[in-house]
Each structure stands twice: as structure tokens, then as C-alpha cells.
Design a protein around this ligand. Structure first.
Ligand SMILES: *Cc1c(COP(=O)(O)O)cnc(C)c1O
Length: 332
């Protein structure tokens, strides 16, 4: 099985912004773009992206999950990066068009079609370090993906990092390339030194998120996660899981919490920690590494609540449970 996100459909939907307007969108070859070497994105990282999925149901129909939320977030990222304002209806149509084009290639569960909208500044202008690009390119790239846990699921090891941060705090809620570049070295170091899978960034003790996933804690009937602010990415999976937890009768608490509270709670039996994101949905965290020491979360294994909440979300995505919140858009 190819690594997640390394296989692409041969065509994508593409539109460009030039002369103050968006072009008509087109379906073009996935390897057809041209960029000037002076393009703004290549020098000043004026780029943002999204990740969402289309799912095949048992009757053969194809549905995209929470497309409106991802488009809204892409529009917000674009705005905060000074990129041309998106036409959200056009983006929705581009997603529908390209998914419809490859509807027959959408893998059946547990696979799906990963959708990667990308928007970046194309103006050839290396003098614009402190000015926005007035032209841009937007495309919707597709990647069929299999079972994320094909190699077998296991509980993750997270290094708690209290000294660094994932990215500049005012960039946190922008899904932008530079933020991942910024988190890469701390993550590689944590892997090499502590065999950690990810770094949980906790600047000055404030528990935020990892390089590409939100962090949630389950203690008895309560699910706890950091309340939304501009310092971290507002995950669609995070919000979906909180909604499903409330549907299951759990108490949903969105508030700030510290590393010391996290370590104290994690030591209690039955407590679970998890990471949420579109790629893996929900993954159990078994171990927290703090100041060189390992701390098990609950029994250190995959937890029953993570499994239950993930199944509740998957059941909606796969058409096995009622889509009460209208999260699916039927494409084909
Ligand atoms: C994409 C991402 C998430 C998860 O967002 P989803 O909408 O749930 O996929 C969380 N944190 C970061 C930093 C991300 O890039």
C-alpha cells in the first residue's frame, strides 16, 4: 500500500485570480501547472490548503464530509494571508466537479478520496516581502487513500514541549505551509531523542495541539479540549467529535488547561487522550513524555471512548448511521 497521500488522480480542478477576478475553473492535468521562479509563494510562503474527504456508501453513492466548513476555513486562511478573496461558491463547485469526475475511483470503506484544495500567491515579485500577491492559483487535487491503520493501530507517544511553539501564535488558525515547516525540526528531534510520534506543543504550559492534529482528553463522562482562539487550528474533526460526544450524552468542556493538570488527570484509571484530524479521524495517545520521563495515559493502550467516537463519526461518513447534522454533500 502506498503511503497516505502519495497517489494522485491524473486531473484536478483549477482556477486562477488575475486582473482582479477569478477565471472560469477548468479540469486540467494534475502535472500541468507552471510557476514563475519569482512567484510570491516560493519566497514568502503565501500558501494555504485544506484536507477533506469523499466517501463511498454501500449503494455506490459518493458523499463529501463537511465541505462547507473546509471551504470557510480556506477562505479565512486566504484572507489572513492577504491572498485574493475566494469565491466560496466557485470552490464548492470545483470540489463537486472534480469528485464527480473521479467518482468511480473513490475507494470503499475504510478507504476514501482525500481532497486537497490549495491556494497560493503566484505574482512574480521578489520585492513583495511585505506586500501581498495580487495574483493567485487555486486547485483541487485528489488522492485516493486506504485504511489509515492498515499497519495496525497503536496508541501514540507524545512529547510535551513547553518551551517552543508550533508556529507564531497569530498564524495558528491558518492552515498554511510555513506552520508545518516551523513544527518539523522539533518533531524530528522528539522522534530521534524520545521515540515520540508527535510533539504536543504546550507553550508556557498551555496545552494546544500537535503539528497537524487537535488534542482531546476524556475523563469519565466529560470530554475536554482547548477552547478556540487564534493560536491553533480549528479542526473540523474536533468540532464533529465534540458534537457527537454531546449527542452521546457526554459533557463537552472547551477551556484552557495546563500540562500539570494534564499529567494529573492522565494518571487516573479510565482517562483517555486522543488526537483528531481528517486523515486518521481519532487516534489514542498512550504515553506522554515530560522532562525525559514517560507517563502512561490510563492503561497506555487504545481507549474504548476513542474507538467509540471514531466509529460514530465513521458510521455517518460511510452512510451507516443517520446524517442528523447534515454533514454530507451527495456528489454522485
Ligand atoms: C488540519 C489540522 C488539524 C485537523 O483539522 P481537521 O479539520 O480536523 O482535519 C489540526 N491541527 C492542525 C495544525 C492541522 O493542520
Amino acid at each position: 500500500m502506498a503511503a497516505f497521500g502519495s497517489v494522485f488522480m491524473p486531473k484536478m480542478a483549477l482556477a486562477t485570480f488575475d486582473n482582479n477576478q477569478w477565471s472560469e475553473s477548468q479540469i486540467v492535468s494534475s502535472d500541468s501547472i507552471q510557476l514563475h521562479p519569482g512567484a510570491h509563494v516560493l519566497h514568502y510562503s503565501s500558501t494555504c490548503f485544506e484536507g477533506l474527504k469523499a466517501f463511498r456508501h454501500e449503494d455506490g453513492s459518493v458523499h463529501v464530509f463537511r465541505m462547507d466548513q473546509n471551504i470557510k476555513r480556506l477562505a479565512q486562511s486566504s484572507r489572513l494571508l492577504g491572498l485574493p478573496e475566494l469565491n466560496e461558491e466557485q470552490v464548492a463547485q470545483m470540489i463537486k466537479d472534480i469528485v464527480a469526475e473521479f467518482a468511480a475511483d473513490v475507494p470503499a470503506p475504510p478507504g476514501s478520496m482525500y481532497i486537497r484544495p490549495t491556494h497560493f500567491g503566484t505574482e512574480p515579485a521578489v520585492g513583495k516581502a511585505a506586500a501581498p500577491s495580487v495574483t493567485s492559483m487555486l486547485y483541487i487535487l485528489l488522492s485516493p487513500v486506504g485504511d489509515y491503520f492498515a499497519g495496525g493501530a497503536r496508541a501514540l507517544r507524545l512529547l510535551l514541549d513547553e518551551s517552543g511553539m508550533r508556529c507564531a501564535p497569530h498564524m495558528g488558525m491558518i492552515k498554511s505551509g510555513g506552520n508545518y515547516a516551523s513544527a518539523l525540526q522539533p518533531t524530528l528531534k522528539a522522534k530521534a531523542e524520545f521515540q515520540a510520534d508527535q510533539v504536543l506543543f504546550c507553550p508556557k504550559g498551555d496545552v494546544t495541539e500537535t503539528g497537524a492534529a487537535n488534542f482531546l482528553l476524556v475523563d469519565g463522562n466529560e470530554i475536554i479540549t482547548k477552547k478556540l482562539d487564534s493560536s491553533f487550528l480549528h479542526g473540523v474533526t474536533r468540532s464533529s467529535i465534540l458534537t457527537l460526544a454531546a449527542d452521546l450524552g457526554m459533557t463537552v468542556t472547551e477551556r484552557d488547561f495546563t500540562v500539570s493538570e494534564l499529567l494529573e488527570r492522565a494518571a487516573k484509571p479510565g482517562v483517555e487522550a486522543m488526537l483528531s484530524g481528517t486523515a486518521a479521524v481519532l487516534t489514542s495517545v498512550g504515553t506522554l513524555i515530560h522532562e525525559g520521563k514517560d507517563y502512561s495515559v490510563g492503561n497506555g493502550e487504545i481507549g474504548p471512548m476513542a474507538t467509540k467516537l471514531r466509529a460514530a463519526l465513521n458510521d455517518i461518513q460511510w452512510g451507516k448511521a443517520e446524517d442528523k447534522h447534515n454533514w454530507l454533500t451527495k456528489i454522485a
